[in-house]
Ligand binder design. Structure first.
Ligand SMILES: NC(=O)c1ccc[n+]([C@@H]2O[C@H](COP(=O)([O-])OP(=O)(O)OC[C@H]3O[C@@H](n4cnc5c(N)ncnc54)[C@H](O)[C@@H]3O)[C@@H](O)[C@H]2O)c1
Ligand SMILES: O=P(O)(O)OC[C@H](O)CO
Length: 329
């Protein structure tokens, strides 16, 4: 696998393209914005989405047909926009091309995971998922990072890991695509909850309780959807939950913190050009939980707050008033 196409030149697409380049691959990037494509191609980095980080020149364009002929693609288009981009891309994709899904979210209008969206739009592609604790800025600075790379076929997984892995970017193979996807999507909603707890200054004990009970919610949903509990204990589950809930470097956590401090969701989102995936995923998650008869009270509280059904105080009171029960998943 020599040529890697990267779909999407936000912070994460740019960091992954850099990693593949450093791993010795030849890289092509599709950017939605002409100025981003120009800047990356000239070697001026990505000031729009990954400011302050020097990067080597990386070939980028706004033409999806430039993805034609790549040995594998990394899709880093935010979840709510993936279907539109995949539909346009489909005619350029050869049978059996691996597409590694690197976005973390659920399509709100259809409740689809990214593997479902891919199967419906580019059925000739072979799906794989990349997910785990990894801030784009850390990866683009070459700081050590480990992630889950989920793919049904072990041999293909090995080839993908060899293509994008390097000592400071360590993929670990898993067969569990559903677990990897659910972990990445749910942790964003839980990070909003942890941010709210931080913004309200409810203390580190509440924060730890939220991570722990949030992990139980994540695992319940993953298992109900066909994923494995063991996957959730790994990088794409607990690992990413701990990272995203621990640092305001996370857009989801910092969004929640600002909510907890009294800002409105609209004003926080209006001030950013980056994506906060948990906001669009929260209602989808609650619908999925209902469909699979899974209890997700923390995610429900986040959705209630975002939808304006509950104030922060009411949501906290509802969570704290739940009956005492046995601990477990
Ligand atoms: N940034 C990270 O640290 C990080 C790490 C792991 C995973 N991710 C995931 O990667 C995905 C992309 O996030 P990011 O951080 O690279 O993005 P970003 O916030 O840096 O940039 C926003 C991206 O959205 C794209 N976009 C905006 N409107 C669009 C539209 N209508 N159609 C298509 N694309 C549109 C922009 O072109 C840009 O690439 C998300 O699912 C995110 O959860 C991000
Ligand atoms: O900044 P966030 O909240 O989108 O999180 C980034 C990554 O998913 C962390 O693994």
């Amino acid at each position: 696998m020599q040529t890697i196409g990267v779909l999407g030149a936000g912070a994460w697409g740019t960091a992954l393209a850099f990693t593949a380049l450093e791993a010795g691959r030849s890289v092509r990037i599709w950017a939605r914005e002409a100025d981003v494509a120009g800047s990356l191609s000239r070697g001026d980095g990505n000031p729009a989405f990954l400011p302050g980080i020097d990067l080597p020149a990386m070939p980028a364009s706004t033409d999806l047909s430039d993805m034609k002929g790549a040995d594998a693609l990394l899709s880093v288009v935010p979840a709510q926009f993936a279907r539109g981009v995949f539909t346009e891309l489909a005619p350029h994709i050869a049978d059996g091309t691996p597409i590694l899904l690197c976005s973390k979210g659920i399509e709100q209008s259809t409740l689809s995971l990214m593997t479902d969206v891919l199967a419906q739009t580019i059925p000739q592609a072979v799906p794989a998922v990349l997910s785990g604790p990894s801030f784009a800025a850390d990866v683009a600075r070459g700081l050590p990072t480990a992630v889950t790379l989920a793919c049904r076929d072990r041999a293909l997984g090995d080839r993908l890991m060899a293509a994008i892995g390097r000592p400071t970017f360590r993929p670990y193979w898993s067969r569990d695509l559903i677990g990897a996807e659910v972990g990445g999507a749910v942790k964003n909603v839980l990070a909003i909850a942890c941010g709210i707890v931080e913004g309200l200054q409810l203390g580190k004990s509440a924060h730890a309780a939220l991570i722990s009970r949030g992990f139980a919610e994540m695992t319940r949903l993953a298992v109900a959807m066909g994923g494995e509990a063991q996957t959730m204990a790994g990088l794409c589950g607990l690992g990413d939950l701990v990272l995203t809930c621990s640092s305001v470097q996370s857009r989801n956590m910092s969004f929640g913190k600002a909510l907890g401090e009294g800002q409105s969701a609209e004003s926080i989102l209006a001030a950013r050009n980056s994506v906060t995936e948990g906001v669009a995923t929260a209602p989808a998650l609650i619908e999925l939980a209902r469909k699979h008869e899974v209890q997700m009270p923390i995610c429900q509280a986040v959705d209630d707050i975002l939808a304006g059904r509950s104030s922060l105080d009411d949501a906290m009171t509802a969570l704290l008033s739940r009956p005492f029960t046995q601990e477990g998943l």
